[in-house]
Design a protein. Structure first.
Length: 255
């Protein structure tokens, strides 16, 4: 549990939105009460205080992070991951948030993969080619290209090997940069959610009349493919499962 200084700073900026509901400084008191309850291991009370802040329309990466920590202590893995994801979206470079999110993710069980070996290999490669990974690779190519270009300048353009090397690195850089851009754009258009019940039964259609196709454990992050009434279509990557669950069993990303 880290300091609430960032939370308090954010709340201070947003305080007018709550002015009609609470006396001045009430949000500060609520944040302090939440921190005190958490430090005293009264996680139920801490959660109640944090949720009051959230209900008042006050949000920040730190508030979501603290909500995630408190839900984790309350043994509600799905809700913890959902809050960590929201915190990571607001502050993607925060190491504490990323560490806790990955730690919680490692506790989530996965259903057996029903795809073939070749398909699994392709999906593994797809996961490794995440937008951020590709962006880093493109940056490395850019640095190498700058070094080789510097060598060509010093040698006044002489050296066939250097020219071919520069051309190859340049083509690789353009390829990686384009791929990274496409992947990052695609990732941002995908809707995600987190299973928040102990085990969601995914059915073959948007009704309890359909058979259960597979079960999804708490905390599992899934793609949201669509919605029909109170039923949400989900997809599991990389296992290849698709089915329908009730909307109360999942928390979509977002505030």
């Amino acid at each position: 549990m880290r300091t609430l200084l960032s939370v308090l700073t954010t709340l201070c900026l947003l305080a007018p939105a709550w002015a009609g509901e609470a006396k001045p400084g009430a949000w500060e008191e609520k944040a302090a009460l939440a921190r005190a309850a958490y430090d005293a291991s009264d996680y139920t009370q801490a959660l109640a205080h944090y949720e009051e802040l959230l209900a008042a329309g006050l949000t920040s990466a730190d508030l979501y992070y603290n909500l995630g920590n408190t839900e984790f202590k309350n043994s509600r893995l799905g809700r913890a991951i959902a809050y960590y994801r929201r915190a990571a979206q607001m502050s993607p470079g925060d190491e504490d948030i990323r560490y806790n999110l990955n730690f919680a993710r490692n506790l989530v069980k996965r259903p057996p993969d029903k795809t073939g070996a070749l398909t699994r290999l392709g999906k593994t490669g797809f996961r490794w080619s995440a937008g951020q990974t590709l962006a880093v690779a493109a940056w490395v190519c850019y640095v190498l290209l700058a070094i080789v270009a510097g060598g060509l300048i010093l040698r006044r353009g002489q050296g066939l090997l250097l020219r071919w090397t520069a051309a190859l690195i340049g083509i690789t850089f353009i390829f990686l940069a384009t791929w990274a851009s496409l992947r990052i754009t695609a990732d941002r258009t995908v809707n995600w959610g987190v299973i928040v019940v102990n085990q969601a039964e995914a059915r073959n259609g948007p009704s309890s009349d359909f058979e259960v196709g597979f079960k999804v454990p708490v905390g599992r992050e899934v793609r949201i493919l669509g919605q029909e009434g109170s039923w949400i279509a989900i997809g599991l990557t990389p296992e290849g499962y698709k089915g329908w669950i009730q909307d109360k069993e999942i928390w979509p990303d977002g505030p």
